[in-house]
Ligand binder design. Sequence first.
Ligand SMILES: [Ca+2]
Length: 163
Amino acid sequence: MSPPPPPTLLLPLLLLPLLLLLSVVADADTDGCPNESWMPFGGRCYLPLLVPPFQTMSWSDAAKACRTIQPGSHLPSIHNDAENGAIEIMQGQTTSWLGLTNFTGNGWAWMDGTEVDYVNWGEDQPDDAYGAEYCTYITLDGTWGDFVCEEYGSLAICVVPAA
Ligand SMILES: [Ca+2]
């Protein structure tokens, strides 16, 4: 019969199952997001719709796709450089729609009702170049442009507040 392990080894041996259990629980944690597909960032959860049939689409189709995939989710509002940079990374080699619209002609408003406290317009934007540029997208370099809403050309990134 072997002697019992010294006390200094006993404690780690007893803690090991507890640590394993905690790591499993941590893996299952979605940081308040609907599921593991959503990326937690800054108290919100992001889901780029990158797979077919969700690729580039019109602004209204993108907004609808978000509502369909997760009730309460919407196109992103952006309030600082960090959020702008995160979306720029998530969208990869495409552009994506933002939740910033000017449907009423009375000024730009975020669809989630948050204050327009940050903008990152590209040079000469918004320019309403086609006369009905009521929607906004984020370009490959992270700057924003106004654009025709029904143009099929940008990605949907859905956002929902973390629970
Ligand atoms: Ca424009």
